[in-house]
Ligand binder design. Structure first.
Ligand code: TRP
Length: 330
């Protein structure tokens, strides 16, 4: 029997190249070795978008199409919608008892998000508690491994603390601890060079972008502001075009020699942008073609099947949890 792994995405927008190198490529590989579950975390997405549910519901199908178009294979991977599995919400309620306010306040990822969102003293409780609900996401599917980026490590630690506490208090080995599978690719920078590629900052190249949009974004990329004439020596560090060439160009030797030429002077931004554009077009064209062939009804059907299958497993876990706590009366 293959071991179970679970990952998830908040459906707040279409997926972009940052997702591709950070998580999708891993998932495409891992689905052969593991029994993989991918959660479209709409309940979690609502914690900071509760006033705009349409954005979330609309993007569920888009994210699912992104998965399928890059090669996540629904015969190997179970794709599920979080909100349609109420057992996760029930498990979250039991877990709320096992975490202190102080512990939540120390979660560095949540701390950082609270600051970014400017919640100050008006933090919605649902948002504040999402790490607890994420612990339920992971454990309801008895996942042994969770492939995630560095920013999610505190969630895994929190999950394992809850698991240990639960097993200790209810005196049962009901829940499994999990391990992170860390992606070793660094965060992809946005085309503006300022921070990571992100939908909300409009600095990302989406998997579903048209050929024209890709080209436009490549030509907008931040390079080296001091590289004014072609003959000037240029800087490769902090230069977005080179960050993307490193991530997406298939010939590392060629990238290396381009960097040398750029540093020496004599290699223009237009030339490197054209080279990058060619490699991105090559990568994204087949994905876009695959995406265009996917029918919305087919996606809905797959999501329904995946969610139903996942729910069976969730029901088994919640039965064990209720038995362990002793709240099975009938
Ligand atoms: N918090 C994750 C993110 O923002 C999404 C997510 C929800 C998740 N539930 C999960 C990731 C369970 C891994 C496991 O990207």
């Amino acid at each position: 029997m293959k071991k179970k792994i679970l990952t998830g995405d908040r459906p707040t927008g279409k997926l972009h190249l940052g997702h591709y190198i950070g998580s999708l490529q891993n998932r495409i590989r891992l689905q052969h070795e593991y029994d993989q579950y991918i959660m479209i975390a709409d309940v979690q997405a609502l914690t900071d978008n509760f006033d705009n549910p349409h954005k979330i519901t609309q993007n569920i199908i888009e994210v699912a199409k992104d998965y399928l178009s890059v090669g996540i294979d629904p015969t190997q991977t179970t794709i599920l919608i979080q909100s349609q599995i109420p057992e996760i919400a029930e498990l979250t309620i039991y877990y709320l008892n096992l975490v202190t306010l102080g512990r939540l306040e120390r979660n560095p990822t949540v701390k950082c998000e609270i600051q970014q969102k400017g919640y100050n003293d008006a933090i919605p409780v649902g948002f504040f508690c999402y790490p607890i609900s994420q612990a339920a996401d992971i454990t309801i599917f008895q996942a042994e491994f969770v492939p995630v980026g560095n920013d999610q490590v505190p969630m895994i630690e929190q999950t394992n603390e809850i698991v240990r506490r639960f097993n200790r208090i209810y005196n049962k080995d009901v829940l499994k601890e999990c391990k992170a599978i860390l992606s070793n690719t660094p965060r992809l920078v946005g085309i503006d060079g300022k921070s990571k590629a992100s939908k909300s900052l409009s600095n990302a190249i989406f998997l579903s972008d048209s050929s024209q949009e890709i080209k436009q974004k490549v030509f907008q990329m931040y390079t080296d502001p001091n590289h004014i004439r072609v003959s000037d020596p240029g800087c490769v560090e902090g230069n977005v075009v080179f960050a993307y060439l490193d991530a997406f160009h298939c010939n590392k030797e060629e990238v290396k020699s381009l960097k040398e030429d750029y540093r020496r002077g004599g290699l223009g931004d237009m030339v490197i942008k054209n080279i990058l554009n060619d490699s991105l077009q090559l990568l994204l064209e087949p994905i876009r073609v695959a995406r265009d062939r996917i029918d919305n009804n087919q996606v809905r059907e797959l999501l329904l099947e995946g969610t139903q299958k996942a729910r069976e497993l969730a029901k088994e876990t919640i039965e064990m949890v209720r038995t362990a706590i002793g709240i099975k009366y009938f």
